[in-house]
Design a protein around this ligand. Structure first.
Ligand SMILES: Nc1ncnc2c1ncn2[C@@H]1O[C@H](COP(=O)(O)OP(=O)(O)OP(=O)(O)O)[C@@H](O)[C@H]1O
Ligand SMILES: [Mg+2]
Length: 411
């Protein structure tokens, strides 16, 4: 099969599955999905690779499926990264513009971005993203492009996302062993946000919550940029575990029961209806009322969402999401979760599905495909910006990649 560089590839190595999407930019700014591959993944737990062989196998299987569907060979890809080792911090820096004309130059912007790296980063971590949020010139904030403005003091705030060097390398090794070059590792909520959030939500303030099998990533977007992000080691598999433990049923049965009959809001369930639950030792099956199932699932749902709310409060973002909350990832499919989230966050909550893509959209219309879809969109935006960069002066967003390599040099 020919290798075609005009295609974009997004790879989501999740704890439940590896999802591969191949997209083709249609020339009008849109990306058409032309290939999709999915394989169960037993080599990754809570976002961390625990078995390289199994992860590589899943990757190869999913990639081959996508390649056959699209009729192209995958050679390079944008790869999602998550896991409890990911940390995000906001860093600020100020420089003075001492020249007489006080006109801010590209050099001043580089100086202030360089100064923003003074946030202490341990040597076992590397920067995945360094996203300029806004510039201030003298006392005026909210500036996205200070080039050419007049002022004596230039300030920047940057959102830094770092990951553990060894874990990132392991992920890269797995992708390379499947014969694929990594174009960029992308912190998953940033990619997912591209696929599920509207521009208005990002501007107004929105909390994106991706409940995967092994963990939950969340990111707060405000005024168009990410302001806060974090990963919690609680995901959809914990709900399954709770059912398995309390009902003393095998994990696979608990998973089936959860996905077919699970609900985490007891008031939505009537007392009468029951679900057949096999016992672990293959003994007699019992009939458990659905309300009882929801009483097992509810505390986990509340725990997860309250932990997110507490993290936001701790970081001073209590009322920063006027655009509401968007739930995505396979775990978001649990009945009743939307209502529980509405209660805990006290705002509008909706489900997030992949948007903005064309082509085979019907086959990826599930919260489990949001990350891979977002990786295509992220890659498309990054490559368009690089194209623009070659033709014109870079904007603030274009500086992201420069800034990242600048930090890497300084580590
Ligand atoms: N109807 C449903 N109700 C509740 N949970 C569901 C439902 N359907 C799928 N899930 C859960 O979704 C999870 C898979 O979601 P997803 O594909 O987003 O995970 P992942 O991306 O592989 O994992 P991670 O992001 O943690 O690495 C499974 O744990 C599954 O139990
Ligand atoms: Mg995921």
């Amino acid at each position: 099969m020919p290798k075609v560089d005009d295609y974009l590839v997004g790879i989501d190595i999740g704890s439940a599955k590896v999802g591969v999407l191949i997209g083709q930019p249609d020339g009008t700014g849109r990306v058409e999905v032309v290939g999709k591959g999915l394989a169960p993944n037993r080599g990754t737990r809570r976002g961390n690779i625990v078995n390289v062989e199994q992860t590589v196998e899943a990757l190869k299987q999913a990639t081959e499926e996508a390649e056959v569907m699209a009729g192209v060979d995958v050679s390079r890809a944008y790869v999602g990264v998550a896991g409890s080792d990911i940390r995000s911090v906001n860093s600020r820096a100020i420089v003075s513009v001492a020249r007489r004309d006080r006109e801010i130059t590209r050099h001043d912007i580089h100086r202030v971005l360089e100064a923003a790296q003074s946030a202490p980063i341990p040597s076992d971590r590397e920067i995945l993203h360094a996203i300029p949020q806004e510039f201030s010139v003298d006392e005026q904030g909210g500036i996205t492009e200070p080039l050419g403005m007049l002022g004596s003091r230039l300030e920047v705030s940057v959102h830094l996302t770092t990951g553990n060097v060894t874990r990132t390398k392991t992920l890269q090794t797995c992708v390379n062993r499947a014969g694929i070059e990594v174009v960029e590792m992308v912190f998953e909520p940033l990619a997912t946000g591209e696929a599920v959030l509207t521009d208005d939500e990002r501007e107004l303030g929105v909390l994106l919550v991706d409940i995967g099998a092994g963990g939950t990533e969340f990111a707060l977007f405000l005024e168009g940029e990410v302001r806060h992000s974090a990963v919690l080691p609680i995901g959809a598999s914990h709900f399954t575990n709770d059912l398995a433990m309390v009902l003393r049923t095998p994990f696979a049965e608990a998973e089936r029961i959860k996905t077919q009959h699970g609900c985490c809001l007891p008031s939505l369930e009537d007392d009468g209806a029951g679900v057949k639950v096999p016992s672990v030792a293959g003994g007699q099956q019992r009939v458990v009322p659905k309300r009882e199932l929801s009483e097992i699932l509810n505390p986990r749902a509340e725990e997860l969402l309250i932990l997110i709310r507490e993290d936001l409060t701790k970081n001073g973002h209590d009322d920063a999401f006027r655009g509401g909350v968007v739930l995505t990832g396979g775990g978001a499919k649990l009945d009743g979760l939307l209502e529980v989230a509405q209660d805990i966050f006290g705002c509008v909550v909706r489900f997030g599905l992949p948007q903005r893509l064309g082509g085979l959209v019907d086959v990826i219309s599930s919260p489990s495909w949001c990350t891979a879809s977002g990786l295509l969109l992220y890659g498309h935006a990054a490559e368009q910006q690089q194209g623009l960069k070659r033709r014109s002066m870079p904007s603030v967003r274009n500086l992201m990649n420069n800034l990242k390599s600048m930090f890497a040099d300084l580590l």
